[in-house]
Design a protein around this ligand. Structure first.
Ligand code: PLP
Length: 363
């Protein structure tokens, strides 16, 4: 009954942990992958206003013109190279369209490990083969490691900086290495920049689209403006690919949320620096709180920290944390290795301090 395609998708091995977590009552929850602030008030009002005005119908498949122009302007200001932009149902929707448009069965897709879970499953869904590049222990992307993963069957490379789950921001040197190798082989690179306004130690986030013309850049409104439930993102890149993705969107999503697009036009001009400053303080709090007991990299962006656990068994460690009422995610959700755990610092400082106390007690 079920398609062959889905047979390649195995149920998660960590279901037991999520079952345990579901039974927790009022946990110290440091597992969450979305901001702990709400959509800023003026942007909510903008969305509500457009609903009231009756802007509630289908929109053009590729997105409303004023939002596409705004995104194009935003990316040009950042120095990102592209020749077409479309609006998508979150980065998730954009990634799915790109996978549908690009991956043939047997094609290899190179993914630095640890990685955002969706990349692996979308490749598998298309009959592709994910090829992982180990970036432990410092989560840098080295040319030698990348070279070892590339083959004649490589279709594209996926880059995600700032990174979920490690919080790593690739330095320009690493991005230059990716661009060099991709250019030599005329490869596409998909750059998931969804956390690009969450950077703590530099004025802005370097991204691959600034230095490599065959980049497909993904961005969105879920993280920077807390619009996770409004499902809005965008993709920018080479015209022939984006055009195909627009055709695919027509036959899949049709178009994306109308009022959310109107609010997003305002979001790109809406300054969220004070939220980012708050997240930097949380980053410092958790890093300082863990660094004595844990081998841990200081995250440069996003809102995750990815320490190695004492004893080297991430899943067993998470079970121990759950017994102490702390919910964090085992690294195996994001990696082929079971040595680390992901802790989200998208939480109140009070909750973070309680989490740090437990982690120091059980670590
Ligand atoms: N890409 C990364 C790296 C993420 O961490 C997430 C959400 O957690 C997404 C994409 C999904 O974003 P969206 O809400 O825009 O679909």
């Amino acid at each position: 009954m079920i398609s062959d395609r889905l047979r390649r998708i195995k149920p998660s091995g960590v279901r037991r942990i999520f079952d345990l977590a579901r039974q927790m009552k009022d946990p110290i929850n440091l597992s969450i992958g979305e901001p702990d602030f709400d959509i800023p008030g003026p942007l909510k009002e903008e969305g509500i206003e457009w609903i009231r005005r009756g802007f509630n119908k289908y929109t053009p498949t590729q997105g409303i013109p004023e939002l596409r122009e705004k995104i194009a302007h935003h990316l040009k200001k950042k120095g990102v190279q592209f020749d077409e932009v479309m609006v998508t149902a979150g980065v998730t929707g954009g990634l799915l369209l790109a996978s549908l448009a690009l991956i043939n069965p047997g094609d290899e897709v190179v993914i630095p490990d640890p990685y955002f879970v969706m990349y692996e499953y979308q490749v598998l869904l298309m009959g592709g083969v994910p090829v992982f590049v180990d970036t432990y222990p410092d989560f840098r992307l080295r040319e030698e490691a990348l070279a070892g993963a590339l083959s004649k069957r490589t279709k594209f490379i996926v880059i995600n900086s700032p990174n979920n789950p490690t919080g790593a921001v690739y330095p320009e040197e690493d991005l230059a290495g990716v661009a060099r190798m991709a250019r030599e082989r005329d490869l596409l690179v998909l750059s998931d920049d969804i956390y690009d306004n969450f950077v703590f130690d530099q004025p802005s986030c370097p991204c691959l689209g600034q230095i490599y013309e065959r980049t497909i850049t993904f961005g969105g409104f879920s993280k920077g403006w807390a619009m996770t439930g409004w499902r809005l993102g965008y993709v920018a890149g080479p015209r022939e690919i984006i055009q195909q993705m627009i055709t695919l969107q027509q036959y899949t999503f049709s178009s994306v949320s109308s009022f959310a697009q109107k609010a997003a036009v305002k979001a790109l001009d809406f300054n969220v620096d004070h939220y980012i400053d708050g997240y930097k303080r949380k980053r410092d709090l958790i890093y300082e709180g863990l660094k004595e007991k844990y081998r841990v990299q200081k995250p440069g962006g996003a809102f995750y920290i990815f320490p190695e656990v004492p004893g080297g068994n991430g899943e067993a460690f998470v079970e121990k944390a759950i017994e102490q009422n702390l919910f964090i995610i085992p690294g195996t959700v994001f990696s082929k290795k079971n040595t680390h755990v992901r802790i989200s610092f998208a939480a109140t400082e009070e909750r973070l301090l309680r989490g740090i106390e437990v982690l120091n007690r059980i670590g």
